[in-house]
Write a protein that binds this ligand. Sequence first.
Ligand code: NAD
Length: 448
Amino acid sequence: MAATKGAPDLYSQFLSSAPGAFLAKQAGLPQPETLRRYRPGEPPLAGPILIGGSGRLAEPLRVLLSDYPVASAHDDKLGALVFDATGIASIEELEQLFQFFSPNIKRLGPSGRVVVLGTTPEETSSVDEHIAQRALEGFTRSVGKELRRGGTSQLVYVSSDAAPDLSGVESTLRFLLSAKSAFVSGQVIAVGKDSSTAPASWDKPLEGKVALVTGAARGIGATIAEVLSRDGAHVICADIPAAGEALSETANKVGGTSLALDVTSPDAADVLAKHVKERHGGLDIVVHNAGITRDKLLANMDDARWNSVIGVNLAAPHRITSSLVKSGTLNEGGRVIDVSSIAGIAGNRGQTNYGASKAGVIGMVHAEAPELAKKNITINAVAPGFIETAMTAAIPFATREAGRRMSSLLQGGQTVDVAETIAYFASPASNAVTGQIVRVCGQSLIGA
Ligand code: NAD
């Protein structure tokens, strides 16, 4: 499943030619936008930001986002619409969403961002408020499906006990209001009450941190290593011994270390702990990316296929996290990030083993989050959709095209899109974000 980094698919290449674009428009074919992606030094948004709403977050939000250019009444090509919906406490008040968004939505420019902030429904103070706040999910997801030209739409639920300075929400807002979240849309992220300290530089939030990435020899894992290293971390790149040369290549590229490690071997956690203790003292970030598929219809499945997939994708990350926490190898304030899949949400024909393992990963995140919180360790997962890798390039043409186009963004994602979301979870400033699953799928219709 190695990455074919940044290579546009053939259809996108065809569309980028003048005749291609003309023909596609005439025929009413999907026209994917070239998504704006992060480049150091570029402004986070492509245009100014318009903030609306009048809840408890509106004023702190303006202060927090004061370094983003603010839209005037006449600006078009807006970079983002941000709405504080925490003041909506009844069904009738939902009209405020319509009043703000209906006239402004067409002012959004390419790769525009919509972010709605609400109060976590379970923490509301009345039945009416709970209903209204829950309604925000359907609203933001539907907006995501209406946006064109690479626009994304998200909902951030903020704890009713969050500190008034909103520092705990900052990393989430900065991620969503940036080109780093290019392939993330229709997501709901709940942020807890804890405050955060902003990193010295938002471009190097992982400075001084030690990260482990499993399955780092190629594909998504190699890109995760690159992005964590770009953000300042020292990366330990782990993969099976057979990955040898490719693993060294990744490690050299990111100035990290390579570690031959089969995550399923019974002593994997001990080998890891020894490596970390000897060289770094402790570990701050663990990314359980190693994963395999062994597809077969259930009726034809053999036990080797079943057991290997459950073993690599689910049992290994569970065992390794527990052991690293128990031995104190994972530092207080650590970050655990798992890799699920939309197949774990929607299920997939021929993938009962894989679907079970990736749904189990979601269960693992939910179940482990409260326990790990006692050590200020967070655990979250990304659930990638169709990502352009050698694995997806090998899928038969019609199925591959359906996988790409059946999403709001009308295209497959890049490995960097998964890596950026992982880097957001890994940030020290994301300490109030735990137990969350963020799909990196361009708002795929699969499992929606
Ligand atoms: P890949 O096959 O390109 O890379 C996986 C890496 O994991 C390989 O380098 C492999 O050697 C390593 N690995 C496998 N078994 C291992 C073991 N026992 N111990 C250590 N390393 C091991 O796959 P990818 O497409 O980059 O996928 C990475 C992760 O993303 C996987 O968990 C996968 O399930 C998930 N995912 C991928 C997609 C996609 O579209 N490619 C979609 C959803 C989820």
